[in-house]
Design a protein around this ligand. Sequence first.
Ligand SMILES: Cc1cc2nc3c(=O)[nH]c(=O)nc-3n(C[C@H](O)[C@H](O)[C@H](O)COP(=O)(O)OP(=O)(O)OC[C@H]3O[C@@H](n4cnc5c(N)ncnc54)[C@H](O)[C@@H]3O)c2cc1C
Length: 485
Amino acid sequence: MSAAPDAVVVGSGPNGLAAALTLARAGVDVHVIEGAPTLGGGCRTQELTLPGYRHDVCSAVHPLAAASPFFRSVPLATHGVRMLQPPLPLAHPLDGGGAAVLDRSVAATASRFGGRDARSYRRMMAPLVRDAGALVELVLSPIRRLPPHPVSSAYFALLGVPSVTHLARRFTGDEPRALSAGLAAHAMLPLDAPGTGAFGLLLATLAHFVGWPIVAGGSDQLVSALRAELDAEGATIETGHYVERLEEVEPARAILLDIGPAQLLTMAGGRMPAHYRRSLRRYVYGPGVCKVDWALAGPVPWTAADCRRAGTVHVGGTFEEIAFSEAEVAIGRHPDRPFVLVSQPGVVDPTRAPTGNHTLWAYCHVPNGSTVDMTDRIEAQIDRFAPGWRDLIVGRAVATASDVALHDRNYVGGDINGGAGTLVQTMFRPVPRWNPYRTPADGVYLCSSSTPPGGGVHGMCGVHAATAVLADCYDIKRTGRGGRT
Ligand SMILES: Cc1cc2nc3c(=O)[nH]c(=O)nc-3n(C[C@H](O)[C@H](O)[C@H](O)COP(=O)(O)OP(=O)(O)OC[C@H]3O[C@@H](n4cnc5c(N)ncnc54)[C@H](O)[C@@H]3O)c2cc1C
């Protein structure tokens, strides 16, 4: 760094880059500092197993990016980014050879359930999908203001605030109930926890609204596009520099930290008043994940044909099985039959592996900080619905929850969402505060997924933090593009 920039962004995950770009577009002189050798945080792609096999290290499936006002403001196609829609967003195999399916349309999804469940699904989802734009605006907002669309927001809250256990009572068949459980389990909470319904409903609505795309070539292509935009705006970027103390990046008019509360305490705790430090210490991290990537000699031979056409496969059986497995994790146990989230990019992207070969990505939830390798249990779950698939394995890379935490300091104990997704903590993260992005230290802001709207590749935590900086330091009330507070 030569002359001190106006603003420094520490951390280059999707939120750090979104914050930097929002500021740079407003004419602010921005410098980005990343600790790892490459940009991207949870949005990186690497040859984790064998040469020629490109694996998404963290995020793989991008409904949130597809819906995000920030990513919509980036000319992704101009930078060569292609969001690929698999024939089916999601399939969920069940014992006996069948599968529940989340199709692009509500009607197609419902028609597979048949009878009363079909009517229930249509009745529940149609209003959400009709007002999907409003729902996206609500869930990706900083939450502190009144809902922009009160009627559709109230409908979503009415259905989603109770648990998915409650929500799934409107279905009788195994298929819609299992589908509901798998969608809601993304919350990484017991399925009877309040708010789990909302997680499931949001993901289902996004499948119908924007699909669950994967990025051609790998998630890192999104980051390359953001980097190109930052370069064009004249922002400067430094990698391989982990900032340990805030003093290292001063002076700057604004410092935006793409980090969580745990690091904020060590990096700048002395600058924060005691009550804020106490609140940060009360912040709760959720379960971790154990992730496995495979290089395969062919596609997974799922028994259910629908699973062979789906970009994502939820492996865990019935509602009751998934509920049991998530409850086990919540009380600190490693389930014997974990709920496994599988992404198979090869269904739609042949560039991830040498011709005819495939990559496979999967993780399951485990207690926070776990060092247990869940490979055998994950592989056995997949084998239940794709017997013999292990014969295709030519390479494998495993990351326990502790390894995930080492890969990125924000994933404390392997929690990939930057903090537990409880209802209260989703709305008020990292601490209950009118503007959660602003810390009590002058000019210091948080912009990571530990602020609203939380985890996922959408960049909106960064946009909202940058918007606060623009208002506080530059008297600019709106960013114009990529959302506003
Ligand atoms: C296994 C896994 C699977 C996931 N799957 C999906 C998915 O399919 N879809 C989806 O939408 N989301 C997914 N996510 C979640 C998503 O990746 C995160 O929510 C998102 O990346 C959060 O963005 P962020 O900018 O807040 O933080 P991060 O992406 O975590 O980036 C933070 C960056 O800051 C850097 N940093 C931290 N501390 C310092 C420091 N002191 N000095 C300098 N640099 C620092 C880190 O190295 C990192 O690059 C997944 C995550 C994981 C781990």
